[in-house]
Design a protein around this ligand. Structure first.
Ligand code: C2O
Length: 547
């Protein structure tokens, strides 16, 4: 194992998309940001130097951060922001993980431009549990605003309304030919016939689940969130923000006289249509040796997602199973120490006196877990916890169950006002946790990609309607459920997760739709130290930013 050193200089950088030039905040003047590559077992050291006016922090999304919680990065959860002119060095070891993850800024909406792939190769001398691909290609989905995304969310929070939607989706930062003034900004994947390519799909979009497909080609899923899965074939991949998936693309055995669009269509707004809210890239086969390069080629487009997308998604997500081999077993907790039922959904906050708000019924949009809309403190929870200074910063009474049970997927209750607070759940070291996430239909059912920091969880069950604690557990899969760090909680339904709280620290959990996180759909778990020395969180690094 070796140490991989990276330097992130945070600088402004001019970028033109959709015929619109603007200054963005970037890592090293690159958009999307640089690729981080490591092998399982390596140490990764990233020195961040902030040269812009905004505060920043970085998160290594999906990295377990075993005994390195100080490097996790969500602002005011594990660290104070890196202010203008300051530096902070993130230092962590990749333990027991291999596959595709990503990194992104974890403060306000800065991840709109600060994100990039984090690729974990197997240990030297170890191979994939599938045939070695001829080539590997990261495919990052993102969103582009002609406006400044920081202004977009600031305005939304001020008025209480929903934020303006982005102007384009992107593949590797490029909107592609279906948008106006964008065809030269198209991601092109040049391939040879008869080869296997591995696409490392990363949904770094801010607020949308996406359907990805390539015209006339089938994809084989082999990994999710840096955990191998049982391989399965599909024409269409649903990927939520925060999820990563490796797929194998087998190219045709011959040179087709055609090019093929690869598209990502949002789950909600683009259903059944093929409109200009679709990002497209082009799969191009090399020129056959005997053909001139200006031979006109036909362009194939993917079939749009099915009209009944919800049924497709439920079926598709059930196909993900842990590989569960002798070398890569699925270590599903078989017994449960702590059970939680969390309702997640939207709600509202009253409009402050003497102002007008543009949210539901003149209120402000809000979002909550068990009716608590989580307020970020002004100092970091992990520091407060570690130094025994909880008082005035957070409380440990986050509700383990809904405060007022109601028919979550039926007619919503009249009172949708949520309460605000900075509350956490405390877990003993190594507790085995079962967590049911129940979507509520308050202000409209919507699916939520829930992301847990510091752990992978097993998705042992999912269903529509209200979770039934008497009957649903009988159908849980405790043998080979998929292991991930981000789960799409279905609109009008629930998922059941299990994880082992074997990582001491403070761990954020939130909706990976940034607008929902901003509205408060977030909370924190505190995992206490164990009794052995390697079960304790070490003290913070000396350059940890202070508030
Ligand atoms: Cu990718 Cu807390 O986030």
């Amino acid at each position: 194992c070796i140490t991989r050193h990276y330097t992130f200089n945070i600088v402004s950088h001019n970028v033109t998309r959709l015929c619109h030039t603007k200054s963005i905040i970037s890592v090293n003047g690159r958009f999307p940001g640089p690729r981080l590559i490591a092998r399982e077992g390596d140490r990764v050291v990233v020195k961040v130097a902030n040269h812009v006016a905004n505060n920043v922090t970085f998160h290594w999304h999906g990295v377990r951060q075993i005994s390195s919680g100080w490097a996790d990065g969500p602002v005011y959860i594990t660290q104070c922001p890196i202010q203008t002119g300051q530096t902070y060095t993130y230092n962590f070891t990749i333990t027991g993980q291999r596959g595709t993850l990503f990194w992104h800024a974890h403060i306000s909406w800065l991840r709109a431009t600060l994100y990039g792939p984090l690729i974990i190769l197997p240990k030297r001398n170890e191979s994939y549990p599938f045939k070695k691909p001829y080539k590997e290609v990261p495919i990052l989905f993102g969103e582009w605003w002609n406006a400044d995304p920081e202004a977009v969310i600031a305005q939304a929070l001020q008025t209480g309304a929903g934020p303006n939607v982005s102007d384009a989706y992107t593949i590797n930062g490029l909107p592609g030919p279906l948008y106006n003034c964008s065809s030269k900004d198209t991601f092109k994947l040049n391939v040879k016939p008869g080869k296997t390519y591995m696409l490392r799909l990363i949904n770094a979009a801010m607020n949308d689940e996406l359907f990805f497909s390539i015209a006339n080609h089938t994809l084989t899923i082999v990994e999710a969130d840096a955990v191998y899965t049982k391989p399965f074939k599909t024409r269409l991949v649903l990927i939520t923000p925060g999820q990563t998936t490796n797929v194998l693309l087998q190219t045709k055995p011959y040179y087709p006289n055609a090019n093929f669009l690869m598209t990502a269509v949002p789950y909600f707004t683009g259903l059944g249509t093929f409109d200009n809210s679709t990002v497209a890239g082009i799969l191009k086969y090399e020129h056959p040796p005997n053909q001139s390069s200006n031979t006109k080629k036909k362009l194939f487009k993917p079939t749009p997602p099915p009209v009944n997308a919800t049924a497709f998604v439920a079926n598709f997500t059930q196909k993900f199973r842990s590989l569960g081999s002798a070398k890569f077993p699925a270590n599903v907790p078989q017994k449960v120490d702590k059970r939680f039922l969390f309702t997640i959904g939207l709600g509202s906050n009253p409009c402050p006196n003497n102002t007008t708000c543009q949210g539901p019924n003149g209120s402000k949009f809000s979002a909550s877990i068990n009716n608590i809309s989580f307020v970020l403190p002004t100092t970091a929870l992990l520091q407060s916890y570690f130094f025994g200074k909880a008082s005035g910063v957070y409380t440990t009474d986050f509700p383990t169950n809904p405060l007022n049970p109601f028919n979550y997927t039926g007619t919503p209750p009249n009172n949708t006002v949520v309460s605000n607070g900075t509350r956490a759940v405390v877990l003993p070291f190594n507790a085995s946790v079962e967590l049911v996430l129940q979507d509520t239909s308050i202000l409209g059912a919507e699916s939520h990609p829930l992301h847990l920091h510091g752990f992978n969880f097993f998705i042992v069950g999912q269903g529509f309607g209200n979770y039934d604690s008497n009957n649903d557990p009988a159908n849980f899969n405790l043998v080979d459920p998929v292991e991930r760090n981000t789960v799409g909680v279905p609109s009008g339904g629930w998922v059941a997760l299990r994880f082992q709280a074997d990582n001491p620290g403070v761990w954020f959990m939130h909706c990976h739709f940034d607008v929902h996180t901003s509205w408060g759909l977030r909370m924190a778990w505190i995992v206490l130290d164990g009794s052995l020395p390697n079960q304790k969180l070490p003290p913070p690094p000396s350059d940890l930013p202070q508030c």
